[in-house]
Design a protein around this ligand. Structure first.
Ligand code: R5P
Length: 293
């Protein structure tokens, strides 16, 4: 292992040079993967735009009943036509979502903490590969806690999931967690996203931050941006726009959709940014027109 002292600060990200090993496949870092992996990734990332709108409603896995998600059976089907991927737990998906929904599935597979804990960083692999395959999941989502007490366990969870997924061509999405004591800086996200990608994750879910283009350039697989806490709609659309303009290949938003007073219109406006190249201004105008119809 390299000496920690005297390290040079990385700075040459070549943000203006496209990823070199793209080949003919539209998903970053997946050109050398085999058919099954590419099929799942194509279910997630639209071959035309190269991007994805994920709707995250997996919050119950550690938050229990969450504002806006009190009734999964009502809110999720309402939003389904406007998003590409449903990110949820197996309990939510099996009970509340029809298997003929026609949507891609990002299955939450790590678990183990709750809002009752001060430290959320200790998780296990709660869903095995056989069940992910039974559910025809397009990827398995594992939380990673770089720099936290649970770092080792979470990298173990991630590695086990990737190893199992590779046996059956099911991609893994590494979710970069930030805790109350963990920084949300460009330095942290550069460290965490790259570690998770080098462990073999096929998709990274993380947060938007300063120098986002450099984080994207240094990460050899697609980044999707989490929404985070509820913002006013106009600000959330700006976050979505900046993420896509900065090189993210999608959004994985939860609260900024389901806690909006107009969740359907919010999902539609985000899809305009992600798939149709709308700016935040255009998407905000679209949103306002849609809610005032
Ligand atoms: C984190 O992995 C959570 O389970 C959610 O999926 C994530 O935080 C995205 O939801 P939100 O946009 O509400 O932060």
């Amino acid at each position: 292992m390299a000496d920690k002292e005297g390290l040079k600060v990385p700075k040459n990200y070549h943000v203006d040079i496209p990823f070199a090993n793209q080949g003919s496949f539209h998903v970053k870092g997946a050109n050398n993967l085999e058919w099954g992996m590419k099929k799942h990734l194509s279910n997630i990332f639209c071959p035309k735009s190269g991007n994805t709108v994920m709707f995250a409603f997996d919050h119950g896995y550690f938050m229990g009943s969450t504002a806006g998600l009190e009734r999964l059976d009502i809110i999720v089907p309402k939003l389904m036509p406007h998003v590409d991927v449903l990110m949820g737990t197996r309990g939510a998906l099996r009970t509340c979502i029809s298997p003929d929904c026609g949507k891609s599935i990002a299955l939450r597979t790590s678990s183990g903490s709750s809002m009752m804990n001060d430290d959320l960083s200790h998780e296990i692999v709660a869903v095995d590969i056989e069940d992910a395959i039974r559910m025809n999941a397009d990827c398995m989502a594992v939380q990673t806690f770089i720099g936290a007490d649970g770092q080792l366990t979470s990298i173990d969870n991630l590695s086990k999931t990737i190893n199992a997924g590779l046996r059956y061509s099911v991609p893994t999405m590494g979710v970069v967690a930030v805790g109350k004591d963990m920084e949300r800086t460009s330095r942290f996200f550069k460290l965490a996203t790259r570690i998770v990608a080098e462990m073999g994750a096929h998709i990274i879910k993380t947060y938007y931050c300063e120098d986002f283009e450099e984080i994207v350039a240094a990460c050899p697989v697609p980044i999707v941006v989490a929404g985070g806490k509820k913002l006013p709609e106009e600000e959330a659309l700006t976050l979505a726009y900046k993420s896509i303009a900065g090189g993210a290949r999608g959004l994985d938003m939860g609260r900024n959709i389901f806690q909006s007073n107009h969740p359907v219109e919010m999902a539609q406006a985000i899809a305009k940014i992600v798939h149709e190249g709308f700016t935040d201004r255009e998407a905000w105008q679209f949103f306002q027109d849609a809610i005032n119809k």
